[in-house]
Design a protein around this ligand. Sequence first.
Ligand SMILES: O=C(CO)COP(=O)(O)O
Length: 237
Amino acid sequence: MPRKIAAGNWKMNGLSDAMPEAIAIGAASEGLDCATVICPPATLLARMGDAGVTLGGQYCHPAGSGAHTGDVSAPMLADAGATWCITGHSERRADHRETDADVRAQTEAAWDAGLTAILCIGETLEEREAGATLDRLMAQLDGSVPEGANAENTVIAYEPVWAIGTGKTATPDQVAEVHNALRERLGPDMALLYGGSVKAANAAELFALANVNGALVGGASLKADDFVPIMRALSES
Ligand SMILES: O=C(CO)COP(=O)(O)O
């Protein structure tokens, strides 16, 4: 059985006054039948160690250290308290021109530092409208999932690019079609998360789908009042 995971991606949001949100999320996560992971900006990782929530990075450089100004490595994330790391988020693929090969190298670096990777894939609206969704996703898996990926070291997040931050959640049918194909491809044990405008109002119907094992949540993970109902819906699913 795949594990259930409610993951929050805070993206480039969060100053030190966000600590009470993390603490409230950590407190609410106790006793739930799912894992809760918050991926804050790197600047908050170390100080969120006491919040009682599992932590992840949002990206890691393929190298462990070196002359890479402004970057953060997987060992640094682990040193700051992270045990997870997002790789291949579409915003990084777009903003930083990260390729599948880059994502693959980052994922290997995350594993080497003992981090579990949340590896993201997703199609653009153009690709969906061209009927190329599954081909695109399978190509991303081919290119970015390293040899040796398993249910312990890797979670796959399906995030349609057109559903991120737009309020346009994929329909349950659209999510089911993709997740069923991912399940067939990746085997019975790997956790498959959906991401893209997940909120309390749509979480339960997404988690009711057979091959949805959780969510990677952006905007609705920033406040405990928004995220905790999503965590609870997953726990109860
Ligand atoms: O990109 C996402 C999570 O990684 C989804 O973001 P939103 O939940 O804000 O749409």
